[in-house]
Write a protein that binds this ligand. Structure first.
Ligand code: ADP
Ligand code: MG
Length: 622
């Protein structure tokens, strides 16, 4: 007997099921995708015991006639593509024609479907891939699929399932993703004894995000209005600068309606956020990318989770651009929040019968104005003398609450009552705040129209230095210092190749190198702002880091990481005592930054505690 045999249809389906059906959540994914492809407006999912004992998906989509209902259970039967050419431009979520037969081969399966206007529907029962019965069905138009006893005939597979709770949470997550991707469709998820969520069709993505999460999350987001960049349409929501998570759980990107995982997208988001994201953290995104279906290959993975882009760099660039624009638009939003146009600052909501403790006195000229209205002096460390640190012992103003009046609370930092008169729009940004003092020689305490504002002086200075250096680099490159003794380096073939390809960029970053062939290089200058005891090590570190960035990002961004790293060392230290004009200039300079609200490492520079929050804390309002 020959050793090779064709597998029976049943076994072949089980093999395919191994790829498509991993767990209850993958069944839900496939079935809901089918419902969406069928034009459903409402999809109801019910699961029992984490979906292991039952999954039922009911939709009000187009339904199927008897012939199609039978055919859809055959392997490679699909209504979604016909020719190989169609495969090159998939517009539907499904196309492989293997989900239903795969699922039916590893469960007790019931399909009940009916076209709109049809006299009767069709009901088909299948056990482990074998058709048991086909008869007329009386369910409402649309399609119902029940999947019971998943993997009942594949005990080995069943053992891989986790606890019911874990499986249930995967199902829930899966359906949440589908619901985010299709806000216009109503979704319900039920378990035996409760409704997990019930989402009405939403007019706007924002409503769907709120319904699925919370209003508080929506507050943390910025809208990315629909923009067309490099042929891609992008829209959605992303976290404000400084908003991040420790995992990718809330980093959701849909490409042509499909939630996908893709490293190009990950890099694009990271790069777009860049310094607005803490290291090791991930952004929060609900982004939709619509693109020519021919430019994206979804036929990469049986579960269709991954995609391949024809032009990954264009996708990445478009994403970076969209994210950057949105983050920078936030700057305008915040500034607006900080200004009360034409209003006297501050305007605390006066409680009945009380005068706000800090009613604005007569406008007074700001002390030391001339000093900080002078043309903006560069804050690049190599160019400036560090801030002076005299000890200013201004008396504490009498109108502060007793807690703040305690010298221990604030000493020895200066308290600076900078009276705030009527504010004109072209006044320096700091005038929108009243500077109150410095807490613990680190936090600049201010008030504005909305309440209390705290600024981390070190983080603020980092942001200012960072943008200053970046501007310089964009204009003329980073100034470099010549090494007294040029160094000879031997680089491995890949490092050497990378350096050869990026000499110009390195030059812009202040690194001067010259090649002598066979991996030998001479290093004769390094960036001025770097105090490297061991330039060699510095170079190796930089190559390592930059190579990681450069393969994924534009040349210009290449230097930013290095700058971000170095500014930290040069920024004013947390506990340096700054004089008032310096503080005022710090705030002015900060507010003129592109991304004032986080330091180059993505930590916040400025925190607003609103009157509403204070009132809540003091129990004035619930
Ligand atoms: P694919 O989705 O890749 O085409 P499936 O095995 O998931 O393959 O489904 C096979 C076919 O069955 C689909 O192409 C579609 O025509 C039909 N079908 C599946 N589910 C539904 C549904 N809920 N409503 C209407 N038609 C459906
Ligand atoms: Mg399908």
């Amino acid at each position: 007997m020959s050793r090779i045999q064709l597998l029976s249809e049943e076994v072949a389906s089980q093999v395919a099921a191994g790829e498509v059906v991993e767990r209850p959540a993958s069944v839900v994914k496939e079935l809901v995708e089918n419902s969406l492809d069928a034009g459903a407006r409402r999809i109801e999912v019910m699961m029992r015991r984490g979906g292991i004992s039952l999954i039922r998906v009911v939709d009000d989509g187009c339904g199927m006639d008897r012939d199609d209902a039978l055919l859809c259970l055959e392997r490679h039967a699909t209504s979604k593509i016909r020719t190989g050419a169609d495969l090159a431009a998939i517009r539907t979520l499904g196309f492989r024609g293997e989900a239903l037969p795969s699922i039916a081969s590893v469960s007790r399966f019931r399909l009940s479907t009916r076209e709109r206007g049809a006299v009767a529907g069709t009901e088909i029962l299948i056990t482990g891939g074998k058709i048991e019965s086909v008869c007329d069905g009386g369910d409402a138009p649309g399609t119902q699929i029940e999947v019971r006893s998943l993997f009942f005939n594949l005990p080995a597979r069943r053992k891989f399932l986790r606890t019911e709770n874990t499986e249930a949470s995967h199902v829930e997550h899966q359906l949440q993703m589908q619901a985010l991707g299709h806000p216009e469709v109503g979704f319900v998820l039920r378990t035996d004894d409760r409704t997990v969520f019930q989402l009405p069709p939403a007019a706007h993505l924002r409503d769907r995000i709120r319904d699925l999460n919370s209003a508080a999350l929506v507050e943390e987001l910025l809208e990315v209005p629909e923009t067309e960049i490099l042929g891609l349409k992008i829209h959605g929501f992303i976290g404000k600068p400084g908003v991040s998570r420790s995992s990718r759980a809330q980093q959701v990107v849909f490409v042509n309606g499909r939630a996908v995982e893709n490293t190009t997208l990950n890099y694009g988001l990271r790069e777009g956020y860049h310094t607005a994201l803490m290291k090791g953290q991930f952004p929060v995104t609900f982004l939709f990318i619509e693109m020519d279906p021919a430019a994206v290959d979804v036929n990469v993975h049986p579960a269709k989770r991954e995609v391949r882009f024809r032009d990954p760099s264009a996708v990445r660039e478009a994403l970076v651009e969209a994210v950057t624009r949105a983050l920078e638009s936030d700057r305008a939003g915040w500034s607006r929040a900080f200004v009360a146009p034409g209003a006297d600052l501050p305007k605390a909501p006066a409680a009945a019968g009380e005068t706000p403790a800090s009613a604005a006195p007569e406008p007074l000229p700001l002390p030391g104005m001339a000093a900080f209205q002078a043309p903006r002096q560069s804050l690049v460390p190599s160019a400036v003398t560090p801030f002076e640190r005299p000890h200013l012992s201004a008396p504490l103003p009498g109108n502060l609450p007793p807690a703040l009046r305690s010298p221990d609370a604030i000493a020895p930092a200066p308290m600076l009552p900078v009276p705030m008169g009527p504010v004109s729009q072209d006044a320096p940004p700091s005038q929108r705040f009243r500077l109150l003092g410095v807490l613990g020689r680190l936090y600049v305490v201010m008030e504005n129209a909305n309440g209390l504002v705290l600024v981390d002086q070190h983080a603020a200075h980092e942001r200012i230095l960072f943008e200053e250096l970046r501007r310089r680099m964009e204009d003329a490159g980073v100034p470099s210092q010549r090494l007294l003794m040029p160094l000879t380096l031997q680089l491995g073939p890949r490092d050497s190749d990378w350096v050869a390809q990026n000499l110009e960029t390195l030059q812009k970053m202040g690194i001067g190198m010259e090649g002598f062939g066979a991996g030998t290089w001479k290093l004769d200058s390094i960036p001025q702002f770097v105090q490297a005891e061991e330039p060699q090590q510095l170079l190796h570190d930089m190559i390592d880091e930059l190579r990681e960035v450069s393969s994924q990002s534009s040349k210009l961004r290449l230097g930013e990481d290095v700058i971000a790293k170095t500014v930290c060392r040069h920024a004013v230290k947390a506990h340096d005592t700054l004089r008032e004009p310096e503080l005022v200039r710090l705030i002015d300079d900060l507010l003129q930054c592109d991304l004032p609200y986080c330091c180059p490492h993505g930590r916040p520079t400025m925190i607003q505690i609103s009157y509403a929050e204070l009132e809540k804390k003091f129990g004035r309002k619930v």
